[in-house]
Design a protein around this ligand. Sequence first.
Ligand code: CMC
Length: 430
Amino acid sequence: MTERKATLKIDHLADPIELPIYSGTLGPDVVDIGQLVKHNYFTYDPGFVSTAACESKITFIDGDKGILLHRGYAINQLAEKSDYIEVCYLLLNGELPTQAQKDAFLHEVTHHSMVHEQISLFFRGFRRDAHPMAIMVGVVGALSAFYHDKLNISDPQHRMSAAIRLIAKMPTIAAMCYKYSIGQPFMYPQNHLNYTENFLHMMFGTPCDNKQPSATLARALDRIFILHADHEQNASTSTVRLAGSTGANPYACVSAGIGALWGPAHGGANEACLTMLHEIGDVKNIDTYIKRAKDKNDPFRLMGFGHRVYKNYDPRAKVMRETCYEVLNELGLQNDPIFKLAMKLEKIALEDEYFVEKKLYPNVDFYSGITLSALGIPINMFTVIFALARTVGWLSQWNEMLSSPDHKLGRPRQLYTGHTDRNFVDIDKR
Ligand code: CMC
């Protein structure tokens, strides 16, 4: 915090308003506009493009330089040297764990991975063709009805228990969403498998044929989990914080986050990207779709390209691109038509003037969609996997907010442009 002040001069006010300026450890300084309301002014910033909604120590992004740090560690280092469980510990606790801390954390997560048996009956209320995200929103929201023993959100231990339960159960619930849709029996988690292997086992194992998941593919998926673990104050995280600011329970907050993540401008982009690749269908059609993406009168956008914050290569996309190529090579899929099409599209868009000028680089969802598809994950499960991986970020941010002694109910204001006061007109006179 500094003594610096911004001075706001407003035409009809005799005196300028002085507003404090704060500096963080990295990133732009912020002007504290909290006092403006006393002068009868609000700020107006649709889409929150210039608004810092909170103070946080968890994740830092420099979109111009393409930097992403979790608790100070660069994402590429974490993806290369760490694993998802360690990143979860780091995000939640602020420091990398010692071996003993990591073992204890993994033990806790592993031993909370089963869901209450009654939850499997809850699934049966859904149609088999329901989108897995629709099921996940409902099932996660319903968890508070099953785990209400530790729901005192003012108690840090209760908050950590809820976080561990959710991190542990998300792979189980995600796999159940898939198994339900294809009519196969739910698979119980296996404690001897690591977090990601366990997810693959619950997704692809059956009681008749329960093979050990491939270590290479599990590692690729673990990397996808790391790359999606947190991303500062994005739409779903802000949703979780806003829901959490009301005192709502963590299961309800995460369910709200899942809902926000679902949209194609956010986590739904990986699914939308693969759907788009199938729609383009052939390399010979790419030009038509590039033209459509550039046409102001056509709502079509190239899914998996562009980002609100990154106006440089998304550092997650750099790592994901490598993993994507590794997986395609490992599985001998380099010549698969859809992957060839994706690679061609990537090349054309990276060289096209429109995309270069607007700094629309392929984002993490472009490569994660292709990688997940190569791993045999059905398209409608992509955003579910994003939600699974992002759960730790949501809960770390939620926990940070509730740990702060001066946290407040989130309540934005508005610029009202509707009717002024008018008299009610009886129905026969309208
Ligand atoms: N294809 C074609 N044109 C685009 C695209 C795209 N994918 N993205 C942005 N533009 C254009 C847009 O039309 C606008 O042009 P103009 O300045 O002439 O009006 C300009 O680029 C700036 O776009 P914007 O919509 O004002 O920027 P934004 O920051 O609001 O949008 C975005 C960010 C991610 C919503 C957008 O790039 C997009 O819709 N991308 C496709 C969806 C996608 O891949 N989303 C995943 C984001 S990464 C995952 C995550 O972190 O959630």
